[in-house]
Design a protein around this ligand. Structure first.
Ligand SMILES: [Zn+2]
Length: 305
């Protein structure tokens, strides 16, 4: 396979591939490619056209069967904007997720396209910060952010809004000649409705953003208490691999880490400290998206009321 720009590909079990988003690429979230034998399914379609095209090319190279179903785990743009590359397939989401996509995306996409100059200014600022930076790791992280923003900007004007063509209610099973895939709606947590994909014969679970690794989970559109319930539910699946929405391939211990994070966040939110004065606890201080830590505290405070 040619050098990949947007993903690192990992065959976690025979026929089951995790496409892990590179920090410098245009994917901005992980995807899955599952070869069921006579058909292939794709889990989540990334944030940009070019990442979705790469995802499709990988799928066509590593599996020999046609792509039939493409799943949107939840309504966030970084998991669905690549839908336009899969227009010829059945794009599936839960009923609630499709409703949310239809309600939010036409206006969000328009707003983002109109903000393209602000994104370009943001890249200019990141470049300036990089010039002043001396820490090697920080320079690498800024370089990744610059490259990623440039990927997003480069095709933003051409992104088309494509809504899921099919919906399911609580769950559906896709039976292939070799493997079975179970698509399940877990309910409210990270968003109003999050779906997961379980491959029982291989013990692999694609979690969408219910699980994220070494990344502050984005809590603004969900409910932390329901999310903890979702984590408990997905921990009960007999799996050896949990593929998170963001970060590298996970194990059961990563679910425990996220439960601990949320439990600590709830405790921190109850303290009477001004949000900017709260220190990010040690195990999470190196996680991606420090700003999200502070917005999460605000969100939990409103949910505690
Ligand atoms: Zn999300």
């Amino acid at each position: 396979m040619n050098q990949l720009k947007h993903y690192t590909l990992e065959e976690v079990s025979e026929g089951v591939f995790a496409a892990i988003a590179k920090n410098s690429g245009g994917a901005c979230s992980n995807s899955g490619i599952i070869d069921l034998g006579d058909q292939t399914i794709i889990f989540d379609t990334s944030f940009t056209i070019q990442a979705a095209q790469e995802l499709r090319q990988i799928a066509e190279q590593v599996t020999k069967s046609p792509i039939t179903y493409v799943i949107n785990s939840h309504w966030h743009g970084d998991h669905i904007r690549g839908n336009m590359v899969f227009k010829d397939c059945s794009i599936i989401a839960s009923q609630k997720t499709k409703m949310k996509i239809d309600e939010t995306h036409p206006s969000l996409l328009k707003e983002h396209k109109e903000s393209i100059h602000q994104y370009k200014d943001h890249v200019t600022n990141l470049r300036k910060n990089r010039e002043l930076e001396e820490d090697k790791e920080e320079i690498e992280s800024l370089t990744d952010s610059i490259l990623q923003m440039e990927e997003i900007i480069s095709t933003l004007p051409e992104v088309e809004y494509i809504s899921p063509s099919h919906t399911f209610n609580e769950g559906m099973t896709i039976k292939g000649s070799q493997l079975t895939a179970q698509l399940i709606s877990v309910g409210q947590g990270h968003t109003e409705d999050d779906s997961i994909l379980f491959i029982p014969e291989r013990g692999v679970l694609f979690t969408g953003d219910i699980l994220v690794k070494n990344t502050h989970p984005y809590m603004l559109d969900g409910n932390v208490f329901e999310w903890l319930e979702s984590l408990k539910k997905i921990s009960e699946y007999p799996c050896s691999h949990w593929i998170p929405g963001h970060g590298k391939v996970g194990k059961i211990g990563d679910l425990t880490t996220l439960v601990n994070y949320m439990t600590e966040m709830i405790q921190l939110s109850k303290q009477n400290t001004d949000v900017p004065l709260i220190d990010i606890p040690e195990p999470y201080s190196s996680w991606k998206g420090r700003q999200t830590f502070y917005s999460n505290i605000e969100v939990i405070r409103t949910q505690l009321k």
